[in-house]
Ligand binder design. Sequence first.
Ligand SMILES: CC(C)(COP(=O)(O)OP(=O)(O)OC[C@H]1O[C@@H](n2cnc3c(N)ncnc32)[C@H](O)[C@@H]1OP(=O)(O)O)[C@@H](O)C(=O)NCCC(=O)NCCS
Length: 209
Amino acid sequence: LTPPVIEELTQEFGVRLWKARLDDSGDLTHLLDPAERERAARFRQPRHSHRFTAARGALRLILGALTGQAPGALRFHYSETGKPSLTGGPHFNLSHSGGLAVCAVSAQGPLGVDIEHIRANTDQERIAARYFAPDECAQAVGAGHFFRVWTLREAILKATGLGVAGMARLRDQTVAGRAEVEFNGTIWRMAEFEPEPGYAGALALARDH
Ligand SMILES: CC(C)(COP(=O)(O)OP(=O)(O)OC[C@H]1O[C@@H](n2cnc3c(N)ncnc32)[C@H](O)[C@@H]1OP(=O)(O)O)[C@@H](O)C(=O)NCCC(=O)NCCS
């Protein structure tokens, strides 16, 4: 677990980010609640179960330290679409891709974070045509650009809590290169970051809160 990694985001946005290398983590099952343990047990591959447990465990360690509560005693609430939150704050969001997880925390307002391992994706053009704004689509050649636009979109959708179900509604908005994007009645401040070489990362934070 590495403490705040991206200085600018801390200074400009008041958002703190942690990253965790999930495959290096010890077993954190003891920190999870029964429902989380059940989810962990449902993964077919032990590696995926370990990564889920490590990410949730890391999230609990961070939020426990920030709230002064025992990590294992934190009780998450879930929106209808599954976004976890804590009564009384802080706002947080988690993303994992491959063996890496990033947790973003803000005392200020709702936020969403998304990271993706940049890889060859045969469906890239089809997905871009369906979900990206026309100008982004034209540029969405190459995995680097594709994952950049994709994480920006996912960060907004995760901030709202809509998740991928909102992807089509966001289509007409250009997100790449924009400092702010208005969506679902909120202005979202946008930032991009590189969690590690070979990964794309994006963050959306409610501006007025
Ligand atoms: C959330 C979602 C966008 C995940 O995208 P992803 O790129 O595969 O995964 P990420 O690693 O970036 O994010 C997953 C994490 O975000 C959080 N999360 C879950 N649902 C979320 C939501 N609706 N909004 C924001 N964050 C969410 C969780 O912490 C989750 O990780 P965990 O369960 O291991 O703790 C996608 O799964 C989704 O849209 N889910 C909603 C499904 C839905 O609408 N269900 C309602 C029934 S129709």
